[in-house]
Each structure stands twice: as structure tokens, then as C-alpha cells.
Design a binder for this molecule. Sequence first.
Ligand SMILES: *Cc1c(COP(=O)(O)O)cnc(C)c1O
Length: 365
Amino acid sequence: MPHIKLFSPGPIEVSEKTMRAFSRPMIGHRSKDFQALYADIHPKLQQVIYTQQPVFVSTSSAWGVMEGALRNLVSKKVLTCMSGAFSDKWFDVAKKNGKTAEPLQVDWGTAITAEMIEAKLSEGGYDAVTLIHNETSTGTLNPLKEIAAVVQKFPDVLLIVDCVSSFSAMKIPFDELGLDVMLAGTQKALALPAGAAVFTVSEKAYAKAATIKDRGYYFDFLEFRKNKENDMTPTTPSISHFYALQSKLEDIFAEGLEARYARHLENARITRQWAEKRGFELFPQKGYESITLTCCKNTKNVDLPKLNSLLKKKHSCVIDGGYGKIKGTSFRISTMGDESTENIVELLGWIDECLPEAGTVEPAK
Ligand SMILES: *Cc1c(COP(=O)(O)O)cnc(C)c1O
């Protein structure tokens, strides 16, 4: 199979360096070598998350921890902020776990604001809020700082934040914001292979978890914390992901966090500008555009499958033709991970080259 470079937002392209680290020989997960590996990456993970709390690597995709957070922390009622495919699904997942969940639903592309959350929490009876920081399906970035400040006004409520597609691409200071759970899958902003998730938990959340009897085992936050005291994991982890993370953290600190944030912002700026110049409206509400991917309305009715097959054939890459109910009427360009500004300019040039040949389709009804 030829190597097709992924400019679709997840999984994204994984560098050769990362893949080499990922394919290193196995070591015993109860060995000193594993402890040394975890101990080596841990302070760097804490630095990326701006936390003093232990940071864990779960051998599951993001959804494992997203479900686990509900099982660890919700005994009364969870407010699920819903504004796209992933955040909408979190409501269903809460229900499937037998939790009482209250939707805070806005139109896809609209931001969730602190005021909306405050109004809901003021009704009382909640013990948690789920929020997707960067809704990957619509390219919308929610105002986390303001939301976190509002949730702080409700001392019994825990804030669970999915940062799958924003983690390490922008500053998200866990301790300072007073977040209670922050999680990220490895295959998006971190540019690692799929199959693991990184997460951290606040003291307040551990205290709540300790009161919950049926929080399960595989995602039990207290088990993770106990094992971390010896630089270990509750079960045999994906050791390959620890190696890949070690390599990625090396890259992140070689570039510098601030430079990494600036590069993501610049990639997003160039892509948005390109879209607007070509007459593609941005999908998200103005002022809430994602900095790791650009989601555009397919205002010119481009034949997106055709465009992607041209990109694949001519330039061995693909973008994304829209997710869930906005497939076909929107498209997404991922600029996260290792992409340089030059790479993005090159990609946008390839899209320009292929657009005329891709042609248009009848607008969707
Ligand atoms: C991709 C994604 C998920 C789901 O990740 P899985 O790896 O499929 O579990 C959750 N949240 C966001 C914001 C995502 O982008």
C-alpha cells in the first residue's frame, strides 16, 4: 500500500522518527526498564499539561477515558456540552453507562459559552460537566478559560475536558485553570499512532472517585494513581506508545512549547486565509475557530470525494470530506502535529491545482 499522507484530522501523519521509536523491542512492563521509561517521560508530560499531578497513559483510545471519567466521577447528574459529533456522542455514552445526563445542545459550529454553562449549573443537582475543548468534527474551539472559571463557582461540580485535538498545540494549564480531568487520544494533536490516551486528574476528582463504588477497574483513576507511585500502570500497557511518547516529547521540547503553539496558530491562519480567499466560508462561529484544523462549509459544492482521489493520485495525500451529518457539506484540513508552514502552503497549492478538475456536485438538499 502506498504511503498516503493524512491531512484529515485524526489519525494524522506520524513521523518516521516516531514510528522508529514505536517499533522498538518490547520490555517487561514490571521491569526496571519500564519504570525508567515512564519516569523519564513523566516530568515532560507534566510540563506539557502544566500540572503537578501524576499523568497517565491509558491503553485505549480517547473514548476509554471519556467513558471512564463518567464512571469514576458521576453519581448524580452530568451536564454534557454538545456541539458536534464527538460532544454529542458523550451524552449517549453517559446514558449507556446508566448515568443521568442533561444535554446542553447548541448548533454544530456554535461555541459553548461560560454563560450557557452557568445557567444550567445554577439549576443545581450536577456533579460533573463534560466539555470538548476543540470539537474536531466542526473545527470549533470552545472558550475553556472562561468555562473553567465559571465551573469553579460550583464547588461540587467537576470539569472533564477532552483535549484530543488541542493537546500540546496550545497552552492548556491544567492546575491553573482548575480542571478536574483532561484527556487526549494519541492519534490527533500528538501525532502518535492511534490506540492510547494521555490523561490527568485533580485531587478533587480523586476524592470524588473514592466515594464511587462501581467505577470499574480498567479505567479506575485510583488504580492508575496507585500504580504510578512505582512508575507502573494497572495493566500491561501499550509499551510502544511510551516509546513513541518519549520520542515525541523530545521533539516538543527541542522545538519549544511556545514555538510549537505559534506554529499551529500560523498554520491555522494561513489555511483560514486560503479558504476565505477561495470563497469557502468557515464552518465555526466567528472568533471560535480551531487552531489545529480548519473546517470549511463546502459553499462551492466541490465534489469532495473526487478532490480527495485527485490529491491521493497526484500528491499521495488526503484531506477530509466532512464528518457525520456535515459530510459533503463541509470539509476539514488538519494542520496539527508535525506540519511546518511550508508543508501547509504546499498542500494548499495542491488543493488549488486539483479543484478545477474535481468539479462540482449538486448542492445537498
Ligand atoms: C477523535 C476524537 C475523539 C475520539 O477518539 P477515539 O480515538 O475514537 O476514541 C474524541 N474527542 C475528540 C475531540 C476527537 O477529535
